[in-house]
Design a protein around this ligand. Sequence first.
Ligand code: XMP
Length: 602
Amino acid sequence: MSTIKGSIVILDFGGQYAHLISSRVRRLGAFTQILEPETSAELLKDAAGIILSGGPQSVYDENSPKANPKIFDLGIPVLGICYGLQYITKVLGGEVSQGKVKEYGSAKLSIENTDVQITKDLPNEITVWMSHGDEATRLPEGFERFGTSDSCANAAFADVSRNFYAIQFHPEVTHTEHGNQILNNFVECCNTSGWSMNSYKENVSTEILKEVGDRNVFMLVSGGVDSSVAFTLLNNVLGADRVQGLLVDTGLMRKDEVAEVKDAFDKLGITNLRVEDASEEFFAKLEGVYEPEEKRKIIGQTFLDVQKRVSEQMGLSIEDGWILGQGTIYPDTIETGATKHADKIKTHHNRVDAVQKMIDEGLVIEPLKDLYKDEVRELGEELGLPHDFVWRHPFPGPGLGVRILCAEKVAFSPSDNAPVSLVPDENNKRVKTLPINSVGVQGDGRTYRLAQAMFSDERTPNEFAYRTAVSAVNSLVNINRMVFCTSHSEATKLKFTSGYITPERAELLREADAIADEEMKNAGLYEEIWQFPVVLLPFGENEGGQSIVLRPIDSKDAMSASAVVLPPDVLKKMTNRILDIEGIDMVFIDLTNKPPGTIEWE
Ligand code: XMP
């Protein structure tokens, strides 16, 4: 664990907001760490400040999370947010009760005393974001109220002599006006040692040297941002002789991706990256595989097999003094449940059991494990990687593999129970149910259902099409996706060809993906679009023909996403260029939000 000295520690009571608080405070120039509430006061004694986060429980629940009361004797500023306020109240002798009403959403906070440090530069009334059932009904001794709202009398109070602050609302969410100012006022109360990318780089370099000792580091470079930045940093600190990178070319990479990665490293004088072309092996293993999760498993396992074989060939074993480098970043460590009150979201592939065992044995170095994604990008630029390279859109680990839709037989035939259409469709010209299934998220879980396509003379979707997409997917039971055809005005007979992942299909998708990427960048849309999957479907107008789906989306965290409306001229140009690829005879754009459709089709 990195040093606590000079950091602001966030004790995570299990709310969903610990990361948000943490990244906001870092942006204000203080280093942060998220720790378990029970962390001992002894460990926290050198912290610059402590923030007690929100949490879903009531302080009176038997198993509700508790901090160590001795933290209040350390002489360190404390800020309690929501559950954190209630915890301070209870532990320091006040009273918490169930509020008369539960308060969720916006509220007006009147600030009654603007002399309290934390209210510096705030107006007398602000809109704040509340989410609570309990409230403080009697303040602990030494505390005075400085803010109140309609349904929560003691919405903000402080013991200024000890620098203890308690607020019922959430300053970390953007719905709270001046939330950043409030956090900044708290940071100013703390004696932080300051946090900048430069100081971080110095500290992490010292740590890398200490941790690696006289050993060397073998690093798997995927081509993605995190592993590329970690590899560059290790090279920078340890020197080329003590680092070896391996990039496995799966045959499912994007056009020119391997060359671009190599080129970015070459420009920095980094040449210790071996590229292993294992594409034939991947295609052989994926022959005849149609099931999406099975494909993912095979790709992951083949990756490990190749890595093991190559590292053995190169003599990079633990016995020979080599340890494993990984590009794990901060949220990956917390998502795996590093603090126990945070809900376990998913086990990250960098933290599967075998790797965890190696971590416990000190055989893994993860130099970016304290950084958020935007900080990794900043560090990458500081290390000399090109801006466009470190700001690339997120791309799934299995590469184009999850975008080559595989299907053995037609998912829907006219004899099946046809999904009805919501679109007026004289002579069956304007709507067509496609012969394939794709993945969605509907209600509580994943669905594997049909997609429907709309057609119109304009060949670009209008507002009506986007609206219809939402209502159709919500009301037609066996559909989870709506697309719009940008290559044809009327529904034609579709010819389905059974398809799994082949070099030929990968090549078709690679070309279409490169065109979409280029046109998006030419139109200046790259920063506006969060991710732009391009998907290959195993049917077309002609025998053996294939189709392409464009899937530009906007999102913050991939948990939910909305379909992006592309300017008609951009969409037309993409479509026309993609239709020029031999073997592609139809193009669609996906109009579905997430939920009900996932971002990827498989
Ligand atoms: P979905 O399709 O579930 O995707 O809406 C959410 C985000 O996760 C990415 N994704 C993956 N990333 N391995 C990865 O590393 C995978 O197997 C995988 N599948 C989906 C997807 O691109 C999106 O950003």
